[in-house]
Design a protein. Structure first.
Length: 295
């Protein structure tokens, strides 16, 4: 087992919030960028939750700003003029690079960034994929005092998610001091986003046809997390175009809570919890409520 030079300019450090597809990007750069170290990923597949943790990583994960990171290189091939990838898993609560840059002062840092519309996607992937838990039990109580007897009622759970997004506790916004990979762009246009990333890293794409197939597989395996993003866009378009669409298929309390947050923010209103304890059946009912609450 060898060590690599932490002062090297050939290091690429992938930073991401928990659930933010860091292993996925490690795999993509390993397989589809021409200057990265190539390893065997023949047995790679997404697991049942859609994660990419089976990707073959030849460097140790930089985990939670360790006191003593050991730069092991678990590969025997020639690395001359090759880019070395390091996965930085500091969690969703820590997007600071102060200690990271002391360990890798000359590295190129990729920042997997969150735009506001992508927050519910990453919160789901963080809790379900990274923590292997559920959203209701992991979400801190934001309800006001006096709600204790109602806390387990569906409308109270929904409202708690709404308040959670009004008090979003995490960062990971775009930072132009680094190479940003915005997840919203990756979901909307995976191929062009990956090609742009690889070009920004001053490398060229290889095996593009295989990459296209891989990206489609990724979107299919993670579609359950992306659905809230698509639903919000569909809702926005329906309201804008005065089109009535059925909403009864959106039965997840987290998703309803997030959409209530989006509605409240978009239209500068507050949805009374008790008055609307049964969620909206369609956009006709919703737009009537919005009009009434804006008066």
């Amino acid at each position: 087992m060898r060590l690599f030079n932490t002062l090297s300019k050939d290091l690429i450090v992938i930073t991401y919030p928990s659930g933010g597809f860091g292993n996925f990007i490690y795999y993509i750069l390993s397989e589809f960028a021409d200057l990265t170290i190539k390893v065997s990923n023949d047995d790679f597949d997404f697991n049942i939750n859609g994660n990419s943790h089976k990707t073959n990583k030849y460097t140790e994960i930089y985990f939670n700003d360790p006191e003593n990171y050991i730069p092991y290189l678990n590969i025997n091939s020639n690395i001359t003029n090759k880019k070395i990838l390091v996965l930085c898993d500091n969690g969703i609560k820590n997007d600071s690079y102060t200690k990271l840059k002391k360990n890798f002062p000359n590295a190129t840092i990729i920042r997997i960034a969150l735009t506001p519309p992508i927050r519910p996607v990453v919160y789901k992937t963080c809790v379900v994929k990274a923590m292997q838990s559920d959203l209701i039990s992991e979400t801190k109580n934001h309800l006001i005092e006096g709600w204790a007897k109602d806390a387990n009622e569906p409308y109270a759970i929904r409202e708690n998610f709404t308040l959670f997004y009004h008090n979003w506790p995490f960062k990971w916004e775009t930072n132009h001091s680094y190479i940003n990979l915005e997840l919203e762009s990756l979901i909307n246009n995976p191929l062009n986003t990956v090609i742009t990333l690889i070009n920004e890293l001053k490398m060229n794409i290889i095996n593009e046809s295989k990459l296209k197939i891989f990206l489609e597989d990724w979107k299919n395996k993670n579609s359950c997390y992306f659905q809230i993003y698509y639903d919000c866009k569909l809702l926005e378009a329906a309201i804008k175009n005065n089109k009535n669409i059925d909403l009864t298929y959106i039965d997840d309390l987290h998703d309803q809570g997030y959409l209530n947050y989006w509605i409240e923010t978009k239209f500068n209103i507050k949805i009374p919890v008790w008055d609307f304890k049964n969620w909206f059946k369609d956009t006709y009912e919703l737009t009537k409520a919005i009009a009434k609450l804006r008066k």
